[in-house]
Design a protein around this ligand. Sequence first.
Ligand SMILES: NC(=O)c1ccc[n+]([C@@H]2O[C@H](COP(=O)([O-])OP(=O)(O)OC[C@H]3O[C@@H](n4cnc5c(N)ncnc54)[C@H](O)[C@@H]3O)[C@@H](O)[C@H]2O)c1
Length: 248
Amino acid sequence: MANIIGVIGAGTMGSGIAQVAALAGYRVLLYDIERSALDRGLDVICKNLDKGVEKQKLTKEQSEKARQKIETTVDFILLKNSTTVIEAAVERFDIKKGLFQRLDEMLPHESIIATNTSSLSITALGAVTKRTDRVVGMHFFNPAHIMKLVEIIKGKETSHTTISRITSLTKEFGKTPVLASDTPGFIVNRVARPFYGEALRILGEGVSDIAEIDRIVKKSGGFKMGPFELMDLIGIDVNLSVSKSVYE
Ligand SMILES: NC(=O)c1ccc[n+]([C@@H]2O[C@H](COP(=O)([O-])OP(=O)(O)OC[C@H]3O[C@@H](n4cnc5c(N)ncnc54)[C@H](O)[C@@H]3O)[C@@H](O)[C@H]2O)c1
């Protein structure tokens, strides 16, 4: 079977993950429910690849090869030949549950379903399938084509073989895998909740304004981005979903 990586969701994260997988030499099938999202996602990938060539991080040949490795589709059934599917659709359990159930029915027995969820339970997502040992968290950071860290999350029934396969894949992607247990927000998103929450409180109490809070955190705290800049990059809607999910 050809080694195909299926990626679900062509938004901020899915498009970055597709780019990373293609640059590592994999054939990538990028699926979304919206044709327009696929067009936008592919456009972002092409621009990022061009930037990589401009900055001499990639050769023109590497960039063209990667572009050719990515196919897009709105036809879910085409994902059926994937050896690994990395799900990066919206942060909603009901939507991910539906996707996982459909994937479980059509994927080959040995294929792995990985999810880029920021906060949902890997164990609970695995439990909607009959392949609880082959469901795993693979949490990339934004922008996925640049950030090195990937949290690998072991659900209660995720097997060691699955962890080892996903850890190897992460390394092939040129990333740094870190194993985390299946707790809300895992490591980074748990540590990050007060970063955003307290900044919003400071703003709400009128202690300071957005630009000043970002400026102080960067200048005095040594952070690359302030909390408000980072919330904008992540997407206010995405960050709110994650906060709710960690809270719940
Ligand atoms: N934005 C971040 O900084 C960030 C970082 C790490 C992880 N994540 C996680 O990655 C996932 C995706 O987040 P994002 O920021 O890329 O979201 P996004 O809103 O940019 O993209 C989501 C995409 O999923 C598509 N989609 C919605 N329902 C779908 C379905 N049923 N099937 C297929 N595609 C569907 C949408 O059309 C959209 O293109 C979420 O689970 C999020 O928590 C986000």
